[in-house]
Design a protein around this ligand. Sequence first.
Ligand code: AMP
Ligand code: ZN
Length: 468
Amino acid sequence: MALKLYNTLTRSKEEFKPLNPPLVRIYTCGPTVYQRPHIGNLRSFIAWDILRRYLKYKGYQVYLCQNITDVDDKTIKGAREEGVSLREYTERYIKAFFEDLDKLRIERAEVYPRATEHINDMVQLVKKLIEKGYAYKSEGSIYYDVSKFKDYGKLSGIKFDESKTVSRMKKDEYSKDEVRDFALWKGWDEEDGNVYWDTELGRGRPGWHIECSAMSMKYLGESFDIHAGGVDLIFPHHENEIAQSEAVTGKQLARFWLHCEHLIVRGQKMSKSLGNYYTLQDLLDKGYNPLGVRYLLFSTHYRAQLNFTEESLKQAEKSVERINEFMRRIKTIYPNGEHNDELHKVVLEAEKKFEEAMDDDLNMPLALSVIFDLIRRVNRAIDEGKISQSNLNEVKELMMKFNTILDIMEEKEEEELPQELLRLIELREEARRKKDWETADRLRNQLLEKGIILEDTPQGVRWKRKIK
Ligand code: AMP
Ligand code: ZN
């Protein structure tokens, strides 16, 4: 089945085909490092982690570029308030960002370019925009003239009245329903303190939007497959990125534009500026488990709002525990049932349904319900003794395959028994079937000498390691 993704640009689910298969090039807008990320930011990063892992599951090769915004109005303000250098200030939050990624098992991107390390790339891009007539100077800064770009508004659907004059905006963020000429290069002013670069464009610093155009072009080329971010970035940030990049290249910046809905608390977007946020560390300090947080953040469809409550986090932890408990069960049981063909079909069907759900715009809630359904069916088969070793192996393999996406299995892998010991268990089972109790007992003792205790249960034999 083909993967379909909802493309904000066309406002429809479209079949995903990369420009240069098997490679998929993705750009996601990364953190603005003026504070630790909150779990709303982390939700969007997890959404793209799931996307990345599922593309790999389908056999694609992924090249992901995620920028780090380490210079903008907020980072400068923060550094100045503390009286430290911008670098010293942002370094701390970059470190925190990577720590959180690791705790949540978010796979690392291929490259994390920082804005401050790509100033010249941005300057060159702004120069091209000036040459092509899309940018103009005003009071020491350089602005993008949105009226020159005929497709302005194609992503967000925002309309602007051509009869009205467009105002200019130097700040990085501005009203969501107003079209404005935006800053490409901000001439130095006192508020910037010692943060500036002396360049061909004069003394100053880049506007926020230009970094993504410059860095995506540098690492992914002029056109790439997927551009992703939270819904708050559709306008103006992504609209402006399109205007900047496409005006210069004449090519489509990204084929697919994916946007993740917000994590909300009591009806409001979780945000640093509203102060209604939790960081991952806040939750860990309260005793929650990072795998529960990971589960919670991916278990709602990425295009639906996720209402955060501690109750829902507790539920998520329970789900993680159920899956791990099931894995422990199937790894330590040695069933003696006949091959169950019906169960074999259930496993094949689960794989198919999981993939259908994921192919449908990464429908995680549905994919998870398929997994829990499988768990129920297999547990029942074990309880009833209607499962063979080969059935069980199939289940284990499929669960491990699902886990390449979920990645919520406990670190401490239940060890598998070495083949020769498994063989002894098998021989003992055979002896028991033939009612050859003497051989069965001998084999049991042999295993005991090797530290393995056998327990005969109605569902088959289970093994445990002897505690020394
Ligand atoms: P920022 O660090 O503010 O630049 O945001 C980093 C990413 O987090 C962006 O893709 C935002 O769209 C996303 N984001 C910010 N707030 C939320 C939220 N409450 N829920 C989901 N994503 C968010
Ligand atoms: Zn961006």
